[in-house]
Design a protein around this ligand. Sequence first.
Ligand SMILES: *Cc1c(COP(=O)(O)O)cnc(C)c1O
Length: 394
Amino acid sequence: MKTNTSTLAQDIIEGIRAAIGPAPAVLHEPSFNGNEWLYLKECLDSTYVSSVGKYVDRFEIDLANFTGAKFAISVINGTAALHIALKLAGVQANDEVLIPALTFVATANAVTYCDAIPHFIDSEESTLGIDGKKLRDYLNSISEQRSGQCFNKNTGRVIRALVPMHTFGHPSDLEGLMSIAQDFNIVMVEDAAESLGSYYKGKHTGTFGLLGALSFNGNKTITTGGGGAILTNDENLARRAKHLTTTAKLPHPWEFRHDEVGYNYRMPNINAALGCAQLEQLPKKLAAKRELFSRYKQSFSKISKVALFEEPTNSKSNYWLQTILLDENQSDQRDLILEETNAANYMTRPSWVLLNELTPFKDCPNMDLPTAQSLATRLINIPSSPELVLSGSQ
Ligand SMILES: *Cc1c(COP(=O)(O)O)cnc(C)c1O
């Protein structure tokens, strides 16, 4: 058993080395090889570093153009984007919101900020996202329609929203999930924090739901330091999103009048300056991440007991984090593989702990989660920075 284990870890280390060259390599690092310094200097020289400025406006227009969303509203981080998106989707106190158990904690936190309750759904192995077929069967058995709303028969609460998350950049089964949202009178809001540059049937993720949320945290595909954005095609919701995230202040030359409780969630101009430069670099980064995938694919094709995760059918993924999946019967070796790869200075990380297992969410409703549970014990993220390809190793 022991010999077997370290053999697999050594095979994986060799697979990584064959693809990216000698260690060290971190999981995902940002890179600033375009107009970042120029735009930041311009921003500082202008003194408009904070809540207003031309880079905020430009970043929002550039984001809308890139994603094909009619409107993009930039905010301080992806969690804030999700919070406001859920609020604008009508999520209220005591509502339930369907989210994957296999996601970053921000998805559940944002639901909780609305005083609503996360309801955890199983994932499918082909997309790493919510399993639409299972969700439909589950809703058929636990929900009922009353006056155009979907009620959980077990808890008596309204199931208001469904939040697919595009795991590591791989699009969820968006058509399946949209048809569920429609059939059960549930609003869909996408957590597209990881999937800037990912497309489902040629359309950018985050533009299928009523609203979508992006993140530009330092470890994401592009970064503004910290940052996020709300995407929507609905002009009224876009206006509401801008208003709510800018303290709900009524436009006036000098008067401070706020017509509801708003949020100071706007993205500072200095972060947007960074974002404009990063967005110019995005196509190059996406091409590099795809090239990195094909290098890994070649090296891992020779290794048994482990598979490199590949973008789902009908989708084009940004390959934000490259992912390997151990065979079912190898999951007991995961921790040793993590230890040995990190000791070899190739940074690797396990799955998030399933959210239904975390203390703040352990009393929330959940369906049976066999696939999420299995994935959580078998998946490992491996070094994924675009620079691994762009800096010309190999
Ligand atoms: C990164 C991320 C977010 C948002 O994170 P911020 O750090 O607040 O920008 C939300 N959901 C998922 C799944 C993420 O990976």
